[in-house]
Ligand binder design. Sequence first.
Ligand code: TYM
Length: 345
Amino acid sequence: MTDHPPSPYAGPPRVFSGVQPSGALHLGNYLGALVKFVALQDQMECLFCVVDLHAITAWQDPAALAAQTREIAAAYVAAGVDPKKAIIFPQSAVREHADLAWILNCVARLGWLDRMTQFKEKSGKHKERASVGLYTYPVLQAADILLYKATHVPVGEDQKQHLELTRDIAAKFNHDFGAPGFFPLTEPLIEGPGARVMSLRDGLAKMSKSDPSDQSRINLTDDADAIAGKIRRAKTDPAPLPETVEGLKDRPEADNLVGLFAALSGQTKARVLETRGGQGFGAFKPALADLMVETLAPVTQNMRRLMADPAEIDRILADGSERARAIAAPILAETRKIVGYWPGS
Ligand code: TYM
């Protein structure tokens, strides 16, 4: 995508990110997104959204959607996001998202969306049967971010292209409407060993909710036995762990498991290999499973406790929606003015 000159944006730093309420969360969501949310909440103003508008780009059972939304909010809090500090809210509670998305749909170019690899992956062989919403999904994502003039977006690596598109849309809006620096050119926060967690059955495929094999992923709802079993059965090669990161080249499964150990223990892969290089998977896998259980068990327990009290989650979401709206409304009002809508609207 386009390289833009440095942004003249001068507003305050602000974080926005979102997770879709479209199924159980897995370890990739936890390490690629939630862990970063927790670290950022003490550094900047943060908004963490449950993106239900995005979820309905693929069919969602209306009877289950609200419960799925509460579940993602519960996962945020269970992972350590403090609702007094960070703003936690459902996207559908702030109508401004859809309003800005329309404006940005008229800024984004068809050619830009045609290049989006996630649409190609998600629509599969029959793209004519995908919803129009799935196609314009990345524009709604840009609207989420720019509605709050967010400067930083913590996500996993699979979202990189959507964030580049967000920058392109912001730059074109600022340019076309003669409003330099109105929208920031948002920085993605992707780095770290948890940015791309791969399937436990195939080191070249991303860990994903949509993989038909449950053995391919660790769900945040898995208990200790399930986690230990999935790690024990995880695909590997027969060689012992190498002493250096270069030795992980062309060993995608080994690379993934070492990356998981690094992300869960807050170390680099190089550091893990300093102590574990030479070890066989017979010894490494149980150590990894223990670490995973130790890290995830408190999150899972907290999540269960929170899910047992939906009224408390609803209070958090209602309070977050109000705080989110207070930031979004004046930014949308200014955007509408820049576009030239009738002032009475
Ligand atoms: P979603 O719901 O698919 O995923 C939520 C977050 O989890 C990350 N993730 C991963 N990270 C590492 N390894 C993996 N295997 C893995 N799988 C998923 C995703 O990168 C994401 O950070 N389009 C977004 C939701 C969204 C959004 C936004 C994000 C909507 N508006 C605005 C940021 C800002 C998505 O589909 O996430």
